[in-house]
Design a protein. Structure first.
Length: 82
């Protein structure tokens, strides 16, 4: 879940097209994303928690950088900041 003032964006290439074993993040909705980490990362197999503003920004930046043509989000201001 995002902080109340944040939202995720989604690009037209939401997950990497190779090396998925290295981990990835993918927004599922405006306020929910999944992060898949490599098996070698020591952490819970499945954990539900609120994201920090920095984590939301990092996921949005990754979505923007991986986009081939289109990225969508809930506001023009959020998209302009990418």
């Amino acid at each position: 879940m995002t902080p109340p003032s944040a939202a995720y964006v989604l690009g037209d290439t939401p997950i990497p097209q190779s090396d998925l074993r290295r981990g990835f993040s993918a927004p599922l909705s405006r306020s929910l994303a999944v992060i898949a980490a490599p098996a070698s990362t020591p952490q819970a197999v499945l954990a539900w928690r609120a994201a920090s503003a920095a984590e939301v920004s990092a996921i949005n930046r990754t979505q923007s950088e991986n986009t081939l043509e289109v990225v969508v989000g809930p506001s023009a201001a959020l998209l302009a900041g990418l």
